[in-house]
Design a binder for this molecule. Structure first.
Ligand code: PLP
Length: 398
């Protein structure tokens, strides 16, 4: 066999049904364009695009200087688990103890563990659609099937009744993400109660994703695990990525009843062993320092202003219309009036106008006719990017 001949070993089938997130593929294209020197307005990413606050960075530097560089316990360092349990009790009304908390490498790993621990081949997972893309692949990895429940239909006709209509004999879990990526929907207390009621009636698990818990402009953040009868059937995943601009740190946590938390711990032991100890020390600072509450609320105010700028700007473009999202940091406008499909528009905005957005169908079929625009860049960038979108759309009027 020559040195360049491809090897002929067999690849495991396990990943055959698991895709490569559209989001990551577009992010890679943007990076390629930038490497070639193109100027691209980056409105595609789920990034706060701001530095991690200094006091958190100082905490990690100090931990490194003190040589806190060894393996950490698989479930997380005790001081951090205690700080998280405190935060869950006071901030989320979730009555968690330290033993219910597992520290993970980002919300993504928490969600991976949540589905791995609860979904078997042939199980169905109810999910409001449009939905955060990677969930499809996390469920596929377990041999499960997504049952898409259109969010608009559910909110118009009643969340409980709609979920019950879509539920099948194989339904095992509900994925519940509020505030929602990509639509910015914040489910109300009544809606959360209806989700809870179905879960209890049908003995389902709820995988609650509260990555954007702090980024709420209107409405109320309800942790579904805080509702009566829900703690024992809910795994909630949280992340430091969005609230503290720590996307690259890969740090999050999950809270679950003891038996489920033990499964997550088992997964940690057998995948990454643990989250890095020195970042966990800094996470205690992020969760407990008095500066944090101010830093987060300042950031949310800034994002609210940018939300209004982008929503008003989009609504001034003929052919586009956008509802005002209540949470997270994405606008999800309908673009059908522009005469473009969402994939063509996203593609041509990137290559011809230098603006990166995501096609709505990257978030499932309910995103047909929509694009997602993250509004975390500076106001100046957002205004200039909006201008380019407006010019492109008006030059190509249907
Ligand atoms: C809805 C949702 N859940 C979870 C995550 C996970 O974030 P991370 O893995 O950075 O903690 C994201 C990130 O974009 C998200 O949008």
């Amino acid at each position: 066999m020559s040195a360049t001949a491809p090897a002929s070993f067999r690849l495991a089938k396990r990943l055959d049904e698991v895709g490569f997130s559209d989001i990551v593929q577009i992010r890679n294209r943007v990076m390629e364009l930038r490497v070639k020197g193109a100027a691209v307005y980056q409105f595609e990413g789920g990034e706060p695009y701001r530095p991690t606050p200094d006091y958190i960075k100082q905490a990690v530097t100090a931990a490194l200087q003190e040589n806190k560089t060894r393996y950490a316990p698989s479930s997380g360092i005790p001081e951090l688990r205690r700080a998280i349990a405190d935060k869950l009790r006071t901030g989320n009304n979730i009555h968690a103890k330290e033993e219910n908390v597992i520290v993970v490498n980002g919300g993504m790993q928490g969600l991976f563990g949540a589905f791995q621990s609860t979904i078997d081949p042939g199980d169905d997972v109810l999910i409001f659609s449009p939905y955060w893309t990677p969930i499809k692949d996390l469920v596929a990895h377990c041999g499960g099937r997504l049952v898409l429940v259109p969010t608009d239909e559910a909110r118009a006709e009643g969340v409980g009744a709609t979920l019950r209509r879509y539920a099948t004999a194989n339904t095992r879990a509900i994925y519940f993400n509020t505030p929602t990526n990509p639509s910015g929907v914040v489910f109300t207390r009544e809606e959360s109660e209806e989700v809870a009621s179905l879960a209890i009636d049908r003995d389902l698990v709820v995988v609650a994703d509260e990555a954007y818990e702090d980024i709420v402009y209107e409405g109320e953040q309800i942790s579904i695990a805080s509702l009566p009868g829900m703690f024992e059937r809910t795994i909630t995943t949280f992340t430091l990525s969005k609230s503290y601009a720590m996307t690259g740190w890969r740090l999050g946590y999950a809270v679950a009843p003891k038996a489920l938390a033990a499964k997550l711990d088992q997964l940690m032991i057998n995948s990454s062993s643990c989250a890095a100890g020195f970042t966990q020390i800094a996470a205690i600072e992020a969760l407990s320092a008095p500066e944090s509450a101010h830093a987060v609320s300042r950031m949310v105010k800034v994002f609210e202003h940018r939300r209004d700028l982008i929503v008003d700007g989009i609504n001034a473009i003929p052919g586009m219309r956008c509802t005002r999202p209540q949470g997270a940091f994405y606008a999800f406008p309908n673009i059908q009036g522009t005469g473009f499909g969402e994939r063509e528009l996203a593609d041509r905005l990137l290559t011809e106008a230098g603006v990166a957005v995501l096609p709505g169908t990257a978030f499932g079929d309910a995103g047909k006719g929509y694009i997602r625009i993250a509004y975390t860049q500076s106001e100046d960038e957002l205004s200039r990017g909006l201008q380019r979108i407006a010019e492109f759309v008006s030059k190509h009027k249907p």
